[in-house]
Design a protein. Sequence first.
Length: 299
Amino acid sequence: MGSSTDSSMTEEIVDKVAEETNFFIEFLDTIDWQSFLVSFIAGSIKILFSLLLFWGLKKIGGYLIDLAFKQYTVKRNAVPNRYNTLYNVSKNVFHAILGFFTVYTVLEIIGIPVGTLLAGAGVIGLALSLGAQGFVSDVVNGFMILLEKQLDIGDNVTIGDVSGTVLDVNLKTTQVKDFDGTVHYIPNREILVVSNRSRSDMRVRIQIRLFPGTDLENVRKIMEQVNAELVPQFPEITTPPSTISFVPVGNGQIAAQVIMYTENGKQWDVNNTFFEEYIEALSTSGVELPAINYDFNAQ
């Protein structure tokens, strides 16, 4: 009795599988494979042709952008930082537009009505627009930053709590590399104040603390001699130190102070070199110096 039941169940399963198989075969028979193959080959050729076309446009457009910016630098003697900024933004915008039309064309060839989908996505578009307010703010603020030339690639800047060198500027974000190597990606909408240290000559201020009883004239003579020897070796110094002044630094102490100006980006090398030479020259001449941290500042 058990075997007959199993046999009937097996027959039912076989009949069901056969029925489904026949349905699948009938479905395949309804397909016009010749037309499908022709459409598939034609669509593949169209997609391949479109990709080749857009690849060619990308190469031609990139070449024209390179050529235009080379002529721009020759005619206007553009600053390298400004050139790099405008060049990167132009390339990014061009690639974004080209990428959009590439995807649009491929979807249209496949048969996906992109235009109809976009037109019928009013409610979805409204929802997305509410979530895209930050993106729009980034783009608008990024455009104003570029228009007003607030910063360029290679500039030494401070944005909020971040200080470093600008790696990239585009309509969405600004990349700043910190002095310890950290790369910060800052949304343009978060940029409220930009402190740019690369737009004018930078001040170098060195203060060397002295004991109260130190011979100040001797110190001035030694440091002026260092200036006379070193300043001609640094053409990046735009305003050489005019005099050695002595200023109070608290707790009854004084310091010899030197102020000069250099081209932007060169202040730290000049600062360190002169500081070391001052200390070595004073120590060699027998001037005793307090064993404390000396104040030297490049701004």
